[in-house]
Design a protein around this ligand. Sequence first.
Ligand SMILES: Cc1cc2nc3c(=O)[nH]c(=O)nc-3n(C[C@H](O)[C@H](O)[C@H](O)COP(=O)(O)OP(=O)(O)OC[C@H]3O[C@@H](n4cnc5c(N)ncnc54)[C@H](O)[C@@H]3O)c2cc1C
Length: 384
Amino acid sequence: MNPADLPRELTCVPPPETDALLAAVRAVAQGPLKQQVEAIDRQGHYPRAVLQELAKLGAMSAHLDMPAGPGSYALAIQAMAEVSRVCGATGFMMWCQAVCGLYMQQSGNPGLMGDVLLRHASGAGLGGTALSNPMKSYAQIESLLLRATPVEGGYLVNGNLPWVSNLGSDHYFGAIAAVMAGDAPADREVMFLLRCDAPGVELRECPSFSAMEGTGTWGVRLKDHFIGAGEIMADPAKPYIARIRAAFVMLQCGMAVGVTQGAIDSMWAVESQLGHVNQFLEDRPDTLQAELDALTRRVMTLADTPFEPSAEFFIDVLDARAHGAELCLRAAQSALMHQGARGYLMSSEVQRRVRESHFVAIVTPAIKHLRKEIARLSAEEQPA
Ligand SMILES: Cc1cc2nc3c(=O)[nH]c(=O)nc-3n(C[C@H](O)[C@H](O)[C@H](O)COP(=O)(O)OP(=O)(O)OC[C@H]3O[C@@H](n4cnc5c(N)ncnc54)[C@H](O)[C@@H]3O)c2cc1C
């Protein structure tokens, strides 16, 4: 039997409720989502209904502590992988929604928790994250793009963000601005929830991307946008980011695992016909599957302690995320080699996945950013 025909779990042996959630997520991914993938990729269709269906199942809030019970990062990552296996763009939006929920819950701000968070978890509220620029700023790759000027009761925020995903006119996202002392930065940042329909917020169309067109990605211009106590997630932001950074990065592994699995599926799909010649290729599906399974087990272990504060743990998370991106690139490329001309058709999921794998490699933290951080933190860890 062709291994691609087997209902393959992306984990070892999940407990029953995990099993039920993943089966429901898989049904949405292989059903309504699969039918829309081409429209998402080629026409920029934003799959709002699918995202809301996934949210109702608990797929994007599985990591959050809820009245029903404590969260599971392992489950959230597996759910994202099931979706990314079919559509990398939707898998990325699951991550956007999931980290936005993480920001809200970890803020401890009553205005962003309780019913507001439950609304977010249910998918009635949709949101994203604009933390690429701050994450790169903390890694000394670029400077902060938003500036927050203190005023009575809060801040006025100004600046432009080039791209923020999972947005629409009624959406919101977590952002960070440099706090100003007069004309100069005050060496402190503030993190806040930014609502797209608030005064002083303008969404601007982005240029066309090579993939991820249906991800609701917009440029955001802020002109004297007021944020007050109800929006603040962390002030100062740095200690908060240090607390959530491993959780933020590890959740992205769901995208890498899923896109890689989808590429392996495409290799098996042509095995009976082309195996006689494909056997001469590198990165065969059984080898890649073994590497992916080992990486998945590693990520599942890391997911047991998402808020472990040590630098050593964070380095391990960065390394697993980098391995995921590299494996994803190799698998997508190898799937194209395995499928040949049929994989080169514009309508083929194989060439779409090549473009999706490029995104996994460049979305913050990009492979180069991951390597820079691993080098910096490892040097700090060395005894003097
Ligand atoms: C489809 C898509 C969706 C994204 N969604 C989000 C999101 O939801 N949230 C988020 O925070 N970030 C988002 N990003 C940004 C992403 O995470 C990376 O930060 C970005 O791709 C650049 O990362 P890099 O490390 O490779 O920087 P580099 O590409 O090395 O960039 C270096 C600098 O040049 C700038 N730059 C390069 N090319 C251009 C250009 N054409 N126009 C303007 N500036 C440019 C970069 O912003 C950066 O400041 C998205 C990017 C894309 C392409």
